[in-house]
Design a protein around this ligand. Structure first.
Ligand code: FMN
Length: 179
């Protein structure tokens, strides 16, 4: 493999109090993209794009994601008993954008099915996790939601990735890891 001759110096550094620089540094950690969904007490479907999803525990099966304290969806997620994590596929950039904006009609015209607790499940995802809300922890300007996985499924679709503010898809550079 050729040595990487690009900038050998840090592109930026700063105190943790510089939110823009901190966001840029954190953006170097590539993630997938999810749309997390739930249902409001009045039956209205609720959802938003979230890249903060991660696995926590295998036994019991636990996952987490974090939700902004400013989100109008906060009450529905924190007071509801269930949510679903829809891991977006590389052909679902439109869903990433649709659910990443504060618009009231995010589900208009979308094909959904119903999961545990009545939450909407999006069609065409790379993977899906139906969860019972296990705990909510305060995390600064976000709430950390811990979910117990009740049901899950995955497909052969290529997952959408998010890194440094750009969407993309995985490009393997090594053979698959064992296990
Ligand atoms: C790629 C991407 C990842 C995001 N990740 C999160 C996240 O993990 N948590 C969060 O609260 N908002 C996240 N957002 C922002 C929300 O999707 C956005 O603020 C959306 O408007 C929230 O919906 P709401 O206004 O209906 O609450 C992300 C947006 C994008 C585009």
């Amino acid at each position: 493999m050729q040595p990487d001759t690009r900038a050998a110096r840090w592109a930026g550094d700063g105190p943790s109090g510089d939110p823009r620089a901190l966001r840029q540094a954190l953006g170097s950690f590539a993630t997938g993209v999810t749309v997390v969904t739930t249902v409001a007490p009045d039956g209205r479907p609720v959802g938003l794009t979230a890249s903060s999803f991660n696995s926590v525990s295998m036994d019991p099966p636990l996952i987490l994601w974090s939700l902004s304290n400013h989100s109008p969806s906060l009450a529905a997620f924190c007071n509801g008993g269930h949510f679903a994590v829809n891991v977006l596929a590389d052909g679902q950039i439109d869903l990433c954008q649709r659910f990443g904006r504060p618009v009231p009609d995010k589900f208009d015209g979308l094909a959904t099915t119903t999961g545990a607790g009545g939450v909407p499940l999006l069609s065409g995802a790379a993977a899906q996790f139906e969860c019972a809300l296990e705990a909510v922890y305060p995390g600064g300007d976000h709430q950390i939601l811990l979910g117990r996985v009740l049901r899950f499924r995955w497909s052969e679709r290529t997952p959408l990735l998010f890194c440094r503010g750009r969407l993309g898809a995985a490009l393997p550079v090594e053979p698959a890891l064992a296990g």
